[in-house]
Design a protein around this ligand. Structure first.
Ligand SMILES: [Fe+2]
Length: 382
């Protein structure tokens, strides 16, 4: 029996779509759906309607622009429901793909009429790697229809300044960010006095004519994808964020969560983190969790709840199961992924060797290790 979802933040409600308890939906997310929508939320999700009408895309190509891993021995392969393209060597042997601690993914979706849209998700750690790899992959900078920043960590926005400095990104292109706190200056550690971990250059965004969409609510993207909005805790996963933020430094205190706006130091909980997802026709959801500090299972569950689609075709990205996360946490996530039973899992970036090894052993036909320069096609182009 369904329990009506209370109209207050941080309450417990029943997510009828997935049969798990939901805690920690913020007041802003609640208000973003509106009271009427909220009251109807469990029922709508149970009915497969969802609070968000998400179109299907005919095909989705994901290009790994920046990742921690390079592999010149990766090979192409095709299956009926996925096509994997290995990194294409540069024509000039002086050039090669640059792997670094960071993540950036280009999502190219095609609709039934053959129209294509490009959404760049995250920007890697350095402009050098981002621009080098985009060039080698033949991806034009002016082709971005929109951009998404998954969260305010330097290994995800570090390449942004250099990208904008090229002046090739379309003026007026939208950049989706999950909350004002993404802009706050950050520390590399959870203790006051830890070293700087940078901050987003707001004036550079303004100079480049980028249109910011800062929202903790789900947002539609050009080409049929959507952002998850804030990610509640519906599984055993809780925040795993090795950083702190400095309210008031590079961010507007008044726009922060009330619990954070009146202090000068906050250990991160990644409240502003966004997942990105696409509903591929005949396949199901492809969910991208760039670093998954809120938990990759929570991210997948959030994507399902937002659009009311239960079938998960692929889970892609960094799953943040690196130390100090433990082996038991990695194994627990493997077990939860087996319960979700996606067709494919493409772990990269911060997923961690423990998780990748265990997931590969448990689901050998599903796991494909992400490597920089590779691309993955879901759905069909014919
Ligand atoms: Fe990361």
């Amino acid at each position: 029996m369904e329990t009506p979802c209370p109209r207050t933040a941080a309450n417990l409600c029943r997510n009828a779509a997935i049969g798990e308890d939901v805690v920690g939906i913020s007041r802003r997310t609640v208000l973003g759906f509106g009271v009427a929508a909220l009251a109807a939320f469990p029922q709508r999700v149970a009915a497969g309607i969802g609070p968000f009408a998400v179109p299907t895309v005919k095909s989705l190509d994901l290009f790994v622009v920046v990742d921690n891993f390079a592999n010149v021995f990766a090979a192409d392969f095709d299956r009926p429901d996925i096509s994997v393209s290995a990194p294409v060597p540069a024509p000039d042997y002086h050039s090669t793909y640059m792997a670094e601690w960071g993540y950036s993914l280009l999502a190219r979706s095609a609709d039934t009429a053959g129209g294509e849209r490009n959404v760049l998700i995250d920007f890697g750690y350095t402009p050098r790697a981002l621009l080098n790899n985009l060039s080698l992959m033949g991806i034009r900078l002016e082709s971005f229809d929109a951009m998404v920043l998954s969260h305010g960590h330097y290994d995800h926005f570090g390449g942004l300044d250099g990208l904008l400095a090229t002046q090739q990104v379309r003026r007026g292109a939208r950049l989706f960010i999950g909350g004002e706190e993404a802009f706050c200056a950050r520390l590399r550690g959870t203790k006051p006095g830890a070293s700087s971990f940078g901050a987003i250059d707001r004036p550079a965004l303004s100079r480049a004519g980028i249109k910011l969409v800062v929202s903790g609510d789900p947002q539609m993207l050009p080409g049929g994808g959507f952002t998850t909005g804030q990610i509640p805790y519906v599984s055993s996963e809780r925040p795993r964020v090795p950083t702190a933020m400095l309210p008031g430094q590079n961010c507007n205190r008044a726009l922060l969560d009330p619990a954070k706006r009146d202090v000068d130091f906050v250990v991160d909980d990644a409240e502003h983190e966004l997942g990105t997802a696409f509903n591929v026709a005949g396949r199901g959801l492809v969910v991208i969790g760039a670093c998954s500090h809120r938990g990759i299972i929570n991210t997948v569950r959030r994507a399902q709840a937002v659009c009311g689609v239960g079938k998960v075709h692929a889970i892609v990205g960094g799953f943040h199961l690196v130390p100090p996360q433990t082996k038991s946490q990695a194994l627990e996530t493997v077990g939860m992924m087996q319960s979700i039973n996606p067709d494919y899992i493409i772990p990269g970036h911060c997923s961690g060797d423990l998780f990748i090894t265990a997931a590969t052993q448990a689901m050998p036909d599903k796991v494909i290790r992400s490597v920089v320069g590779a691309s993955y096609r879901f759905g069909t182009r014919s």
